[in-house]
Every structure is written in structure tokens, then in C-alpha cells.
Design a protein around this ligand. Structure first.
Ligand code: HEM
Ligand code: HEM
Length: 217
């Protein structure tokens, strides 16, 4: 018999789907061009707030959301790749690397965006504080780094499809409902996903929004 076990707390799930939506919409708006760049910036600010939230949540969030729980040591990673240890209930050691990669490339994209300039309609809100050559450099990084995002998101979706079609494991459902169906009842460690925890997440997110607003406005 399988038992549902809470793995992903609500803040982590909301973070995930909101980030995916912001990135897709942000790219659609920038490709539309013209004045839609303003909406690109709003999506970018939201993505930045989400990433900053996730970094903090990686230290104070619930068990499976914590970096300490899933960032693997080289020895664990090698043992996992050799099939000597299983992936555990949260992110497996290889998946953890892709999570860190995704967080990093999106963070770089959002931060460089704050200084980017399209030379026509829009300038990032912090561009006025740096030299023209710095703006040009950060705009180039912003343009180039989109390909790292495309590559990592592509790999991310390929890995999830591989789990679904080849290993017959649906990873998407737990990212929606929070629960994994576990057959063994040994060593079950459910994550804390209480209203208190959720209120704390909301407070952190609102503080980040306030901080960003003060920086950007
Ligand atoms: C722009 C698009 C996307 C980005 C930037 C993204 C990013 C991420 C990140 C950062 C995580 C780690 C979650 C955490 O611990 O906070 C994650 C996990 C996950 N994502 Fe995405 N994601 C995207 C799209 C998608 C899509 C379209 C799907 C579904 C088809 C998906 C399914 C998942 C699943 C199932 C996990 C958990 C993997 C596991 O069990 O280890 N993601 N994603
Ligand atoms: C994670 C969030 C972000 C993503 C995924 C993203 C993605 C992109 C992409 C794909 C382009 C098109 C590059 C090209 O092919 O020319 C672009 C351009 C641009 N983005 Fe972002 N961006 C993000 C955040 C931001 C932010 C926060 C701002 C500023 C508030 C910003 C400002 C710009 C500007 C001004 C351009 C035009 C640069 C040019 O003309 O080359 N972006 N962005």
C-alpha cells in the first residue's frame, strides 16, 4: 500500500510554478518587442524576487527545500551515478545540480537585466548608476545568458520526461500536490508544511518585494 508523504511545501511549489510562468511570459514579451519590454521588466523583477526568496528558503525552509538536504558531496554524487545509493525523497543528487544551475542562471539573467539597455525604449533601473561600457557588458551577458536558460530548462524538461516515460515515475504531480506516494513506511520523514511555515514564507517574500521596490523605484 502506498502512503502520500508531503515532500514539497506550498511555498516551494508556488515558487516553482510562478518562476516558470514569469520566465515564459518574460521571454514572450521581449520577443514581442516595442513597449512590451516594460512587461518584460515586470516579469524579470518578479523572477528576481522569487529567486531571492528561494535562496533564503534554502536555508530556513522546510526539510526538502533546504540546500543542506539536497546539495550533494562529490562522493554522494559519484555513488548515485554508480547506482550505489538511491536518490532519496527530495531532489536526487543529479537533479540537485540542475536546480542549482537553474537558480544561478536565472539570478544572473535577472540581475544583469537591471542594468540592461535596449537602446530604444527601455533601460534597466540601475543602468544610470554605472558607466556606458558596464551597461554594454551587462547587456551582452543578459543577451547571451538566455541560451544558458534555454539549455538548462530544456535539460530539466528532458530529465522529467525521462523519469515519466522510462522510469515510470511522475515527478510533476508532487510538484503540484506536494505529496509523493511512498510504498515503504520505513524512515518516512514528512516535510513541515503548516500555516505558520507558509506565513513565514509570505513575510519573507513581501520583505523582498519591498526591498526591490525601494531599490528600483
Ligand atoms: C522556465 C521553466 C522552468 C524553470 C526555470 C524551472 C525551475 C525549477 C527549479 C529551480 C526547480 C527546483 C525546485 C525547488 O527546489 O525550489 C524545479 C524543480 C522541478 N520542476 Fe521545474 N522549472 C521550469 C519548468 C518546469 C516544467 C514545465 C515542469 C513540468 C513539466 C517542471 C517540473 C519540475 C519538477 C517535477 C521539479 C521537481 C524535480 C524533482 O523531483 O527533483 N518544471 N524546476
Ligand atoms: C529572469 C528574468 C529575465 C529573463 C529570463 C530575461 C530574458 C531576456 C531575453 C531572452 C532577452 C532578449 C535578448 C535578445 O535576444 O536580444 C532580454 C532582453 C532584455 N531584457 Fe531581459 N530578462 C530578464 C530580466 C530582465 C530585467 C529584470 C530587466 C530590467 C528591468 C530586463 C531588461 C531587458 C532589456 C532592456 C533587454 C533588451 C536588451 C537588448 O536590446 O539587447 N530583463 N531579456
Amino acid at each position: 500500500m502506498s502512503t502520500p508523504v508531503r515532500i514539497w511545501d506550498l511555498p516551494t511549489r508556488l515558487f516553482h510554478w510562478a518562476l516558470a510562468i514569469c520566465i515564459v511570459l518574460g521571454i514572450v514579451f521581449v520577443k514581442i518587442g516595442g513597449n512590451a519590454i516594460q512587461w518584460h521588466a515586470y516579469c524579470g523583477y518578479t523572477a528576481l524576487a522569487l529567486i531571492l526568496f528561494r535562496i533564503i528558503w534554502g536555508f530556513v525552509g522546510s526539510q526538502y527545500a533546504r540546500f543542506a538536504n539536497f546539495i550533494p558531496s562529490p562522493a554522494t554524487l559519484i555513488a548515485f551515478l554508480r547506482g550505489q545509493v538511491d536518490g532519496g525523497l527530495g531532489h536526487n543528487p543529479l537533479g540537485a545540480l540542475s536546480v542549482i544551475g537553474l537558480l544561478l542562471v536565472v539570478l544572473i539573467q535577472a540581475l544583469t537585466g537591471l542594468f540592461a539597455d535596449d537602446d530604444i525604449f527601455f533601460q534597466g533601473p540601475l543602468a544610470k548608476y554605472v558607466s556606458n561600457s558596464t551597461v554594454a557588458l551587462l547587456t551582452s551577458i543578459h543577451r547571451f545568458n538566455q541560451y544558458s536558460i534555454f539549455a538548462l530548462v530544456g535539460l530539466h524538461i528532458a530529465a522529467i520526461s525521462y523519469y515519466y516515460f522510462v522510469k515510470r515515475e511522475n515527478l510533476v504531480r508532487p510538484m503540484v500536490t506536494g505529496d509523493k506516494l511512498i510504498t515503504s513506511t520505513l524512515n518516512l520523514q514528512e516535510t513541515v508544511d503548516t500555516s505558520r511555515q507558509r506565513m513565514m514564507a509570505l513575510a519573507i517574500f513581501l520583505l523582498i518585494i519591498l526591498g526591490l521596490y525601494l531599490l528600483i523605484a
